[in-house]
Design a protein around this ligand. Sequence first.
Ligand SMILES: [Zn+2]
Length: 172
Amino acid sequence: MEHLMCTIHLKKLGRFDRMKGEVNMADLRENLENLGKIISEKAEVVSKKTGEVVEVVAKKAEQTVEITKIKSQISTMQRNNQRDFKDIGKIVYEKYKKGEVVDEAYIELCEAISEREESISKSKEEIAAWKGLEVCPKCNSHMDADAAYCPKCGEKVEEAKKSENEERFEEE
Ligand SMILES: [Zn+2]
């Protein structure tokens, strides 16, 4: 069977000599040479195309790396500018508190900041006043932080919720 398959293929590549019962060898050699040339030409085209694809992919990767690098530099510069803008604001605000700022535009912003600072300090005092006290999740009554049940409505106080609240206060 294998021999038969071989004969069939060889017959395609060279004239079959019926007298000798075999394929014309000169024919076969020439055709095989031609076939070899065609294969190596095709391989060259494929290899060239593969090379081009590799080049394009490498170029794209290089671009991506460059763009990422530039973008990172931009965000560093933007972050530094934000920091310096903030510092300018702090310097102006310090001058405002000493009464050294005369520009209307600055004064308006400084007053707004000053009002917020007062509110913040009042809020912190408020927290201090409530510290150690718990608010009932059911009836909103105040109770001792270590109370297991609300003295007004009898609601059971969850341990998890209590410790969570304590942590929050400690962060302030
Ligand atoms: Zn309650």
